[in-house]
Design a protein around this ligand. Structure first.
Ligand code: PMT
Length: 369
């Protein structure tokens, strides 16, 4: 059982780790430019009184070499983030979409998935022009008009990351920029963030040589510790450091007045509620959305600070034929199918309503002061 002083000690260590992180891992080259873009975007929407959601999406990578040939990746196509971003925009939010480069994007996601190539929607019209096939006209016209409106109103800012280092620097920088929004800022952390990484001081410069004839020539890190990824007896040994838990810093320091929502991904159904509740209690934010890998498009678990646990599900009548498991049991083969309704169309309005309640509460607390 952790003691109160042990707990406080742990907290302190987490904070120190996070502060050390930014002292010892290099600032990305284009960070300042990205933050400037975000500042202009946030200022415009703050002036208009609009809420701003930072939606994170896709997986972060962990490079094994400075001049990166090999890297470790995290699972996420960016579907959750890109789909949710569209529904936040529909709900009147301005959205900063912090996404893994080349992962799915709002609007274009409808036509760029590997099973959804845009060319399959096109045809020749016989007069030399390329047009959208008749059967897809209606859906594409709808997506196009929503996309155009977002462009016209400048309500969507796309900011890419690749590595976990870029992600952490950006998240911190963006959170600082969002502070003036106060309660109108919202963080929706759907990205799959690496838990382990190669710190800069243990990163080799050049491609790790697999042939032992060249081992001696391979570059080593400048630090005293052995490079995190190196060859030993023809084996590649990878020894990673833990990524400091940034969520605590986000909640306590970087975005203390914003609504913060994190996701919890599990594969074992027995772990989902337990781990989601644990995360909420550990970080003291507003909502954890638990999802299982193979049913994440069909059902998610909302775990809130008031002790509540609530399943959000695609309504039974709207499930694709053959899908069962409304009870939360395994939904067989769900990965291969698409639900008739996007679950994010239910998740996001629920969150917007919770956000309204929080803003009202914070405002009435302010007036009572
Ligand atoms: O894009 P799709 O293919 O649709 O997939 C979407 C998804 C399944 C990836 C998404 O819905 C999801 O669950 N995202 C979160 C996955 C994840 O990273 O879980 P985690 O257990 O590693 O992290 C949980 C939380 O801890 C995260 O919200 C993260 O903000 C936080 N964290 C993570 C790592 C770290 N070093 N510090 C943190 O604070």
């Amino acid at each position: 059982m952790p003691t109160a002083s042990g707990h406080a000690h742990g907290e302190l260590r987490r904070e120190t780790d996070m502060l050390d992180y930014f002292d010892t891992n290099p600032k990305p080259a284009n960070l300042d430019r990205q933050i400037t873009l975000a500042r202009t975007f946030i200022e415009q929407h703050a002036k208009d009184g609009r809420r701003v959601a930072l939606v994170t999406s896709g997986g972060t990578t962990v490079p094994l070499e400075n001049q990166t040939v090999r890297f470790i990746d995290n699972f996420s196509a960016g579907t959750r983030g890109a789909t949710s971003a569209e529904y936040f925009l529909q709900a009147g939010y301005a959205v900063i979409f912090l996404h893994r480069q080349f992962s799915l994007l709002p609007y274009s996601r409808h036509y760029s998935h590997s099973t959804n190539c845009f060319l399959d929607f096109m045809t020749h019209n016989g007069a030399g022009a390329v047009v959208v096939e008749h059967e897809y006209q209606h859906q594409m016209a709808e997506v196009l008009s929503r996309y155009r409106e977002v462009k016209r109103n400048n309500t969507l800012l796309l900011l890419p990351f690749v590595t976990v280092n870029e992600y952490l620097w950006l998240l911190r920088g963006l959170a600082m920029q969002m502070q003036p929004l106060g309660a109108k800022g919202l963080f929706y952390l759907a990205a799959a963030v690496s838990d382990f990484f190669v710190p800069a001081e243990r990163m080799v410069e050049h491609k790790i040589q697999s042939s032992e004839d060249f081992h001696e020539k391979a570059g080593h890190g400048d630090g005293e510790r052995q490079p995190a990824a190196h060859m030993e007896d023809k084996r590649l040994v990878i020894d990673l450091d833990p990524v400091p838990k940034f969520l605590k810093m986000l909640v306590d320091r970087w975005a203390p007045r914003s609504m913060i929502i994190s996701f919890k991904l599990e594969t074992d159904p027995a772990m989902l509620a337990v781990k989601s509740r644990y995360a909420l209690e550990k970080y003291s934010h507003h909502l954890v959305i638990g999802n299982k890998l193979n049913t994440r498009k069909w059902e998610v678990l909302f775990v809130t600070a008031d002790g509540g646990e609530r399943w959000i599900r695609v309504p039974a009548g709207r499930r694709t034929k053959g899908i069962t498991g409304a009870s939360g049991d395994a939904v067989e083969d769900a990965e291969q199918r698409e639900p008739a309704v996007e679950i994010e169309s239910i998740i996001v309005p629920e969150i917007a309503a919770m956000h309204t309640a929080l803003i009202n509460k914070w405002e009435s607390d302010e007036t009572r002061k």
